[in-house]
Design a protein around this ligand. Structure first.
Ligand code: DHB
Ligand code: MG
Length: 234
């Protein structure tokens, strides 16, 4: 039923320019042909993120976890000016995503940084602090779930007040709330650490949105950085 509803609504509401739809399906087939795992966000999740970026009038977006660039292509269509810096550990994934964003004609607005988020993000924090890089309007974290909290914390440190930080896959078919399952699953532990660290984190206002989709039952954490963030960065 979830997949049927996605198919029905996208058939009516995702008639964006065929260049975008072609680029998205090309990205998925090129990623599959290059043996990337088929774990990209769904089309509806992609459009949801794109619409949020459009609402923010985002100019600078950070993505952690590029995979084949499918979500990157969605985000790049928020508006004609948005630039995306996307961090990918696997050089093969990065090469495939470079081809995909170039084929989507958004490559000139996408910077792909190869490396571990734990290495790259602290460097980006320094660049933002030095003024060599703009603070982010939006961050999308969709990488190794064990480091959700680290990536989130670093992202907030280099985002503007009012920025949106989104973390994919925090619900994990409901296991987020399963104490027993969490004991033996580092992915659930990564999501729980994030939620529990945010309990009392005064830098952001946050919530978790459960989602069903053609992919599965999962969900995203949404957090907005408080406008008075600077007092926490001293
Ligand atoms: C899976 C799904 C994701 O969205 C992701 O980022 C990583 C893994 C999965 O279904 O395994
Ligand atoms: Mg994901």
């Amino acid at each position: 039923q979830w997949a049927a509803v996605d198919a029905y609504t996208t058939s009516h509401l995702h008639k964006q320019p065929s260049t975008l739809n072609d680029a998205l399906s090309n990205a998925l087939s090129a990623s599959a042909a290059a043996s990337l795992p088929s774990i990209a966000i769904s089309a509806i999740q992609g459009k949801f993120l794109m619409l949020q970026a459009r609402l923010l009038r985002a100019r600078h977006i950070l993505e952690v976890g590029t995979l084949g660039g499918y979500s990157t292509i969605w985000l790049a269509h928020a508006n004609p000016y948005v630039r995306i810096t996307t961090v990918e550990l696997d050089p093969h994934h990065a090469a495939v995503s470079r081809q995909n964003v170039d084929a989507a004609a958004v490559g000139n607005r996408v910077e792909i940084v190869i490396g571990s988020g734990l290495d790259v993000l602290p460097r980006l924090v320094e660049e933002v602090r030095r003024g060599d890089r703009e603070a982010w309007d939006m961050c999308f974290i969709d990488a190794d779930k064990e480091n959700n909290w680290n990536y989130f914390d670093l992202s907030v440190k280099m985002s503007r007040g009012g920025a949106l930080v989104v973390v994919d896959n925090v619900v994990r078919r409901g296991l987020l709330a399963d104490d027993e399952a969490a004991q033996s699953d580092s992915l659930i532990q990564g999501s729980r650490l994030l939620v529990e660290k945010l309990d009392g984190d005064e830098r952001v206002d946050s919530t978790v949105m459960q989602m069903v989709s053609e992919k599965s039952y999962d969900g995203m954490l949404l957090a907005v950085v408080r406008d008075d963030i600077k007092e926490f960065l001293k």
